[in-house]
Design a protein around this ligand. Structure first.
Ligand code: PEP
Ligand code: MG
Length: 886
């Protein structure tokens, strides 16, 4: 087992061992490109160092041997007093973490070798500039001294010698800077700057290892979901110098524009500079094209190499290079990071150039990237400081005046942001009317978030710094900013930021395309839309998985069709009882006799009928899975505390309202400590007489009406929240009875598949028996996650989830990305046992996970027939299903 590898010993496929940078250097070396020689210390050494707290004992000998080889190859000695070799020490993990870890250049310089370097290069200035760079980088990264101290000293030197920037400092001034830098080090550490080149090297390597665990590196890895246990490799490379005068410089370049995907090389160049100057933004670089004027030979060579690299990697590459007195050196290459827009465009470009096939093109874009392209966004030019931040629950950008209840949202002209402490079903009309939703409580699966996502509406929840005073119609942000009703605010559902005032928003052309609002010419003119539309065709041609939509209204259904859903996988009928119809449900609950109940149900019937007719008409010929009423009834009643206070106040004034008293009694009767585990789902259907019969009656009549109109309606009736087959069988009997009755009465043979949701562990574990009676399953993975983990879907996000994510208990919320190991296993068991009992059992999923890219791949793998998600996520699921199939 070895730790150290010369560049010519590796290749691009050894990223685990050599890190991304080491693998790229090895590959370029093997391609015969001009790479300065060097070696890579493998990631395993870092892992050992981090677990043992010491360098692996065998590492020193290996470094010695490679250093000797390097010195022999260069014909120079590290840090020698005569013509010294210098080296750079640079981090390089398997996954690139730009700017997160350390780099130290010019190692090997000391009070003697600086003169040797000056003599060899024929430039005092260059040698002292390199020395001050070494001490500066070493001091801040290896010794941990505040970089600002060095920056301030450099500024002071520039000021006192009247220089406009560091390039204008002459050798004498730089000598002075070195003296000051050394004093800073002495002062901060009580030690002199180490003069022994080998000690410098060892300390630098150790610092790179340790930089793996800095706070910013950990934060970055969490964000990018990079495992914490990989460690970084260290690349030691013979220095070439970009600071050797005006015919030297350094730059970074991309083989295409990584922001837009436009073809043609793209980059920045800085003359008389070393490595970090370009990225650090110390001086403003010039566009790569300007190199044409400065050094056309090197530019031509660079273009040739970049073309070769792109052909070789068959992908966007980025490179770092240095020109030393007219000679080009390649210091790094890797597959370049890119925006979502660029990813789509480039995949199509490489496909059209014949470098990759459709399968690979689909592999180059992700559902998450498509999602990014579908949100309206704040103008990237804006500069504003957020007044608060919350949980980004539904992406996008929304600007509007703050309103504090549903009625104001509906009544206010123009765009509004509904601001609530939390939302209840009562707020639905407000959510519909508003352009964005902001709450100070709740998490990503809170009602507000689910509903907003379903509508593709921007939503920030759990902004707990906000003090919302709905009575006074205002809120106060943490810094003391007060926003009153009518004041304009802007919310960013991608970052969770809340801003005072208006920020410009640009709509997504990709959504305009899916909505069918772009004409052929507009489509042709927008290369991103073009790329997306072609990719969707490739995905649709290949996907095995059906993609349905969760849709509760004819409008949603229309959009589902426009977005090419294969049907409706979940129609939540309770949404039809909200808003103005809520009082009917209230009356149903308060009804004291069977007659009264029947009367209310008879009032509800035509409304439900109208809803179903509308939806079935939109979805003619496609399946529409209608779920019977699910949520606990108390959600349709006023809040217990608020009503209690109201009644108590009225009593104190001697003005008792008997209606309110009666209502309060009902609210108390239905009040549950744990409503999510209480009287809801199938339990409601079994204990509230007439409710299910009314719903099925409406479905059957609606189907009959559509058949009479010459359509082909395909309703499917779904029972929620069963724990086992007994509940289902009872429901099934009732459903069949009503279907039969309506068929008889109408003279039309009405057929509907009857199936169930699987959203409790017990249902999953007894799926075989359930499937004997159910024609289809649809996994309700929201409730299944809630009940499998025992996490409240409404509370976790603002509560302990941040700590859980922090501790790495899971990388993403299990309510967003399916927990394959636990919840996924229940799903897999139910699929297997359900199909064993009924071969043609139709199986889908309709929880939030149905639109989550990684979950979609899982559902494909375990053989589901379809996923169902909000209409706006339909294209994302289609793309991901296509990607899963290739
Ligand atoms: C589910 O539980 O996953 C589901 C789709 O039902 P709801 O979100 O309406 O509870
Ligand atoms: Mg559910």
């Amino acid at each position: 087992r070895r730790f150290v590898f010369a560049f010519n010993e590796g290749d691009k496929d050894h990223k685990d061992l050599l890190g991304g940078k080491g693998a790229g250097l090895a590959e370029m070396t093997n391609l015969g490109l001009p790479v300065p020689p060097g070696f890579t210390i493998a990631t395993g050494a870092c892992r050992r160092y981090l677990t043992d707290g010491n360098m692996p004992p065998e590492l020193a000998d290996e470094i010695d041997a490679h250093l000797a080889r390097l010195e022999a190859e260069r014909g120079k000695r590290l840090g020698s007093a005569v013509d010294p070799m210098l080296v750079s020490v640079r981090s390089g993990a398997k996954f690139s973490m730009p700017g997160m870890m350390e780099t130290i250049l010019d190692i090997g310089l000391n009070d003697d070798s600086v003169d040797g370097l000056a003599a060899a290069a024929g430039s005092e200035r260059f040698a002292w500039d390199s020395y001050r760079r070494l001490i500066q980088m070493f001091g801040s990264t290896v010794l941990g001294i505040d970089a600002a101290r060095f920056g301030a000293a450099l500024d002071a030197a520039e000021r006192s010698s009247g220089a406009a920037g560091d390039v204008d400092l002459d050798a004498a001034a730089l000598r002075g800077v070195v003296a000051v830098y050394k004093a800073i080090i002495r002062d901060a550490t009580g030690r002199e700057f180490p003069q022994d080149p080998r000690e410098q090297l060892d300390m630098a390597i150790r610092a790179v290892f340790e930089s793996w665990n800095t706070e910013r590196a950990r934060v970055y890895r969490r964000q990018e979901r990079i495992p914490h246990n990989l460690g970084t490799a260290v690349n030691v490379m013979a220095m070439v110098y970009g600071n050797l005068g005006p015919d030297s410089g350094t730059g970074v370049a991309f083989t295409r524009d990584p922001a837009t995907g436009a073809p043609g090389v793209y980059g920045d160049y800085l003359s008389e500079a070393q490595g970090e100057d370009v990225v650090a933004g110390i001086r403003t670089p010039v566009p790569l094209q300007d190199l044409e004027r400065l050094d056309p030979g090197s530019l031509a060579e660079l273009r040739r190499i970049m073309a070769l690299l792109e052909d070789h990697y068959r992908d966007l590459c980025d490179v770092e290079f240095t020109i030393e007195r007219g000679k080009l050196w390649m210091l790094q290459t890797r597959i370049g990071k890119r925006t979502a827009a660029a990813a789509f465009r480039m995949a199509i470009q490489f496909l059209d150039d014949g470098l990759i096939d459709v399968k690979e093109a689909l592999g180059r874009v992700t559902g998450d990237q498509l999602a990014q392209l579908m949100f309206p966004q704040f103008d990237p030019q804006f500069e504003a400081k957020p007044i608060a931040t919350g949980v980004p629950a539904s992406p996008g950008a929304a600007v509007g005046v703050a309103v504090f209840d549903s009625a104001s949202a509906a009544d206010t002209e123009g765009k509004t942001i509904l601001v609530r402490r939390e939302t209840s079903p009562d707020d639905l009309p407000g959510i519909i009317a508003a352009d964005g939703v902001l709450t100070s409580r709740g998490g990503k699966t809170s009602h507000a978030a689910v509903v907003a996502r379903g509508m593709g509406k921007t939503c920030v929840v759990g902004a707990d710094g906000l003090e919302i005073d709905a009575e006074q119609r205002q809120f106060t942000a943490p810094g003391g900013v007060v926003v009153r009703e009518g004041d304009t605010i802007s919310i960013d559902g991608t970052s969770g930021c809340v801003y005072a005032g208006a920020i410009d928003v640009v709509p997504s052309p990709v959504v305009e395309y899916f909505e069918g609002r772009l004409d052929a010419e507009q489509r042709r003119r927008d290369p991103v839309v073009q790329a997306v539309s072609r990719m969707m065709i490739y995905a649709d041609e290949r996907r095995r998985l059906g993609v349905h939509a969760n849709a509760d209204t004819p409008d949603d259904a229309k959009r589902a069709r426009r977005f090419r859903a294969d049907g409706i996988g979940l129609c939540r009928t309770e949404h039809m009882f909200l808003g103005e119809r809520r009082h009917h449900v209230e009356e149903l609950i308060l009804a004291e006799s069977a007659e009264e109940q029947d009367k209310v149900l008879a009032e509800l019937l035509p409304m439900q009928l109208g809803d179903f007719v509308g939806i079935l008409a939109e979805m003619d010929g496609l399946p529409v899975t209608i779920r019977l009423i699910d949520p606990p009834l108390h959600e349709f009643l006023p809040d217990l505390t608020e009503l209690s206070v109201k009644v108590a106040l009225a009593e104190a004034r001697g003005e008792v309202d008997l209606g309110d008293v009666r209502l309060l009694r009902a609210v108390r009767r239905l009040h549950e400590q744990n409503p999510m585990l209480g009287l809801r789902g199938v339990r409601l259907g079994l204990v509230v007489p007439g409710l299910v019969a009314m719903q099925v009656h409406a479905i059957a009549e609606a189907a009959a009406a559509r058949i009479r109109a010459g359509d082909d309606p395909r309703p499917e009736i779904m029972v929620p929240l069963i724990g086992g087959t007994e509940e289902f069988e009872l429901m099934r009997e009732e459903i069949e009875r009503v279907l039969h009755d309506v068929s008889e009465a109408s003279g039309i043979d009405i057929r509907a598949k009857i199936g169930t949701m699987i959203e409790l562990p017990r249902a999953a574990l007894t799926a075989g028996r359930i499937a004997e009676h159910a024609e289809f399953f649809s996994f309700g993975t929201n409730d299944l996650t809630q009940t499998t983990w025992g996490f409240s879907r409404d509370d976790v996000e603002g509560s302990f989830f941040p700590a859980y994510l922090e501790k790495g208990i899971f990388a993403a919320s299990p309510f967003e990305s399916l927990d394959e190991e636990g919840v996924g296993r229940l799903v897999a068991i139910a699929v297997e046992e359900g199909r064993a009992a009924r071969e043609d059992l139709l199986i889908g999923v309709c929880g939030e996970h149905g639109g989550d890219p990684s979950s979609v791949r899982f559902f494909d793998r375990i053989g589901l027939d379809y996923v169902s998600c909000s209409p706006f996520r339909v294209p994302i699921a289609r793309l991901e299903a296509g990607r899963a199939a290739v």
